[in-house]
Ligand binder design. Structure first.
Ligand code: SF4
Length: 249
């Protein structure tokens, strides 16, 4: 069992969701139509464009004006610079007592530092709450503790949303934070592997964009989608990460 940010988030959100996904292997797509699918598909296309851009692609701009605008914004935000190494869609694993894995949207390796970039496309800029999100803690810890990059101790992470190009969120990392995150990940992994029961969450909002709604509540997401799209409580990060990277990463 490799612990990914999706697995850790699923466990924290609802132990039953974790069991369905990772122990029972029960999986089906979250969205099959409507506004949610459109948002997810646009996010997927942007991730693909970013991957191509940082991989050296020089083709025509996308036909969709919004995507073309987003790509232009990305070029302005992070122009390709000589002397830096760009590694899009980079997967990193760390074995040991707590096996961890992550697939970064982008790693930029420079002479003294390595920075993780993560793209968000929801309707809000990346907020400071992301500093404590499982994704940030896992990604930064994994990068720093892996020792894969000699400069790993100077790891940082940047969240960027093309809808808000001037509002990136940058997280620095320290040895102290690495120690705390390592202990937190160990506790969480022990909690998961030692669990004797996987109860459903008592937080109704955690069920709103869960793919197992039909199993637990007899109602698919598409049936409730319209009434929920305007809420501020939807965890778009999770929705997008699952749809874009799958349940493993
Ligand atoms: S629908 Fe709710 S209770 Fe059921 S697995 Fe999802 S989050 Fe858990």
């Amino acid at each position: 069992m490799w612990f990914s940010q999706a697995a850790l988030s699923a466990w924290q959100s609802c132990p039953l969701k974790y069991k369905y996904r990772y122990l029972d292997g029960l999986y089906w797509p979250l969205a099959t139509g409507g506004q949610l699918s459109i948002k997810i598909e646009r996010g997927r296309q942007f991730h693909l464009l970013a991957q191509r851009y940082f991989g050296g692609w020089t083709g025509n701009p996308p036909g969709d004006p919004l995507l073309a605008d987003w790509l232009e914004g990305l070029r302005g935000f992070l122009p390709l610079e000589p002397g830096l190494e760009y590694l899009p869609e980079y997967e990193l694993r760390l074995g040991g007592a707590v096996p961890l894995l992550a697939k970064f949207d982008l790693l930029v390796v420079g002479p003294g530092a390595v920075t993780i970039y993560d793209w968000k496309t929801e309707d809000k800029p990346p907020g400071p709450g992301l500093a404590a999100a499982p994704q940030s803690r896992l990604y930064l810890y994994l990068l720093s503790a892996s020792g894969y990059f000699p400069q790993g101790k100077e790891a940082a992470m940047v969240y960027w949303n093309p809808r808000f190009p001037k509002k990136p969120l940058r997280l620095e990392y320290s040895a102290r934070q690495e120690e705390e995150d390592g202990a937190w990940l160990k506790r969480l992994a022990e909690e998961i592997t030692g669990a004797a029961a996987f109860p459903p969450t008592q937080e109704e909002k955690n069920c709103r964009y869960c793919e197992y709604r039909p199993v637990c509540h007899g109602q698919s997401l598409e049936d409730v989608q319209e009434e929920l799209l305007d809420t501020d409580e939807v965890d778009w990060d999770q929705v997008q990460e699952i749809e874009l990277k799958g349940v493993i990463l």
